[in-house]
Every structure is written in C-alpha cells, then in structure tokens.
Design a protein around this ligand. Structure first.
Ligand code: ZN
Length: 339
C-alpha cells in the first residue's frame, strides 16, 4: 500500500552539469560525459533506495532537458539553428530546435540509461518520456504545418522508444504532459489521442504526468494568475479515465487544485503530488501523510501512489535528497495510520 515514486527529474551533480538551471550545460565532454551521466544515475538510484522510495527512476541524469533529450535523437530536427519561442502559451521564452523535415528516430534514445537503471536496482523502475503535445509545444515547426499531424508523428517515435524501454525491463513508462494544463480543450481531444498512440501496444504500466511546471519563477508567477481554484484538470481527467493509460500523476500539496477532481480518475492509479517542488522547505512526514489522507477521500487506497508534484531538477541536491526522505517517511507514516 502507498508506493512512492518521483515524478521524474532530479538535480544533476555539480560535476556533471551547471546547477539550478532547466537547460544546464554539460561539464565533462565525450566519453567522460557518457560515464559521468551513468555515475550520476547510480548516485540517485542509491539515494532513492536509501530514502525508502519504492519505484525508482534514473532522475533524468542523461538528458539536458526533459523534452530536448528526446529530440536530440530525432532526424528531421535542426538543433544547430535554435530559435526563441514563447512556450506554454507564451508563459516563458525558450531557445527551441526546429522541425525541418520528416521525423525519424536516429536509433535508440535511452537504451544506455534504461538498461543501466534495470541492472542496478531490484525495485520496480519507471522511465519518463515527453508527451506528444508537450513536444509540439517545445519545438518550432517549419515542416508539418499542423499541430495534430506533428503530434502524431512524434507519438509514433515515442511509441518505438517506449516499446524498446519495455523490452529493456522498464516497469512503468510515463509520458510528461505539462501542456495538458495549458491547452485544456485540445488536450482532452487530440492530446489524449496522441498520448494513446504513443502508448500503443505496451503491456507494461503506462502513466501520464500533468503538472503546473517546475518551481521556476515564470511558473510561480503564472500560478499566481490562476486564482484560488485550479480546475485545469477537470477537462482532461474524464478523457484520461476513458483512455488506456493506467496511471495519472498530478499536483496536490500546496496547489489550489480542488482534491475532489481526483474522483474524475475512477479506475486509474493516481500518483498524488505530496511534495512541493516550488519550495525548499522540507515537508514533514505528518504533512505528507495528511495529504495522502486527504486524497484517500477520492482515490481508493490500493490505487494511491505518493509522488512529487513535478520534477526536482532545478533544486539543490541536499533539498532533493531531504524531500525524497520526506516522501518515503510520510508514506510509511500513512501506512501506519491508515493500514
Ligand atoms: Zn511536471
């Protein structure tokens, strides 16, 4: 009861990449970089296990950014000539690569780190990929000219990699779709359809993570405009409940999401965000257990997984490690209280 998992990313050690940044520059080069990425992965596998987290991830140590890490392995993308674009409905500007031709995978994207992760823990492992709609919102399209066609083109590539990850021994393939909270009508329509295309044929557990973004200032400012009740999930949850996706990861603690929206996910496992990624204050086990207790009013206990609200990438290592411990300790406390 009450498995625990991270949403996806963890901070990169200072010897691997610049710290505190969403698009950090790698520090080592060539073969040293490849080795350093795996060293950092091992460090975080151990930290998650030591904290008592039950579903282990690679902390996204091998990718510079959760979207661009995938795009780097896609033919038809021009990474040399990035352009500035407003993303997430112009919430912030980013330098993004351009789609300049038909899309095709150059080969495997995450084989090395997925196999490494599988080889170094006996726990269940989860691997994250960006969702099709969020990718479409994080590239400049100069070729397809149609968001839905572009999303389905990416969904086919994601599906190839997801099937290969499953063959690598991954237990949970998760697609990250923060864009679902920005373009709610499109998300409930073609967004979920493209997501299902990406998950087609998978027999492992499938998941989608939908959040209000990393704890960066642009996101904090945006959240301040959303009012006292954040109802963004209301549109997409019924579409996800009707989909073949098994698990949904959502924000809860310190958000203004009405908890009763979780009831819209009937039949799905719910990864409830019990850890705030926009604050360095470490949650107490009691706070985590209280959030789990609140979610249990709307989610059956056997379907509840305690999770972080989003990735921890821009945080300090010490804060991230302390938050992992709080996550596991809080779930343990909840098991004692409610088991
Ligand atoms: Zn997120």
């Amino acid at each position: 009861m009450f498995e625990t998992a991270i949403a996806g990313s963890l901070p990169k050690p200072a010897w691997l990449a610049e710290t505190g940044k969403l698009w950090p520059r790698w520090l080592p080069e060539g073969a040293d970089l490849a080795q350093a990425k795996l060293d950092a992965t091992l460090l975080w596998i151990k930290a998650q296990e030591d904290a008592g987290v039950s579903v282990i991830g690679d902390g996204e140590q091998s990718r510079q950014h959760f979207v661009h890490g995938f795009l780097e392995r896609v033919e038809g993308i021009d990474f040399e000539h990035k352009v500035e674009m407003g993303i997430r409905n112009d919430r912030y500007k980013a330098m993004v690569p351009q789609v300049v031709g038909p899309l095709r995978l150059k080969g495997r994207v995450h084989e090395a780190e997925a196999r490494f992760l599988r080889a170094h823990t006996r726990h269940k492992i989860k691997f994250t990929l960006p969702g099709p709609m969020t990718i479409v919102d994080t590239v400049a399209d100069r070729h397809y000219g149609d968001s839905v066609r572009l999303a389905h083109a990416f969904a086919e590539l994601l599906n190839q990699e997801a099937l290969a990850l499953q063959a690598d021994g991954v237990d949970v393939v998760q697609f990250d779709e923060p864009a679902f909270n920005v373009y709610m009508d499109e998300a409930a329509g073609w967004g979920v359809a493209a997501l299902e295309r990406a998950a087609q044929g998978l027999s492992c557990t499938t998941a989608v993570h939908i959040c209000y973004g990393y704890g960066i200032q642009a996101n904090i400012d945006w959240k301040n405009t959303l009012g006292q009740e954040w109802r963004q999930y209301e549109k997409v949850f019924p579409a996800l409940a009707a989909s073949r996706i098994d698990q949904v990861s959502l924000e809860c603690f310190h958000s203004h999401v009405p908890p009763d929206l979780m009831a819209l996910l009937e039949g799905k496992d719910v990864m409830v965000g019990v850890i705030d990624v926009a604050s360095d204050t470490i949650e107490t086990p009691e706070e985590v257990a209280d959030t789990i207790g609140l979610a249990l009013k709307f989610v059956p206990r056997e379907r509840l997984i305690a999770c972080t609200n989003c990735g921890l990438a821009p945080m300090s290592r010490a804060v991230a490690e302390a938050k992992l411990k709080a996550l596991a300790a809080g779930a343990a406390l909840a098991r004692g209280r409610l088991g």
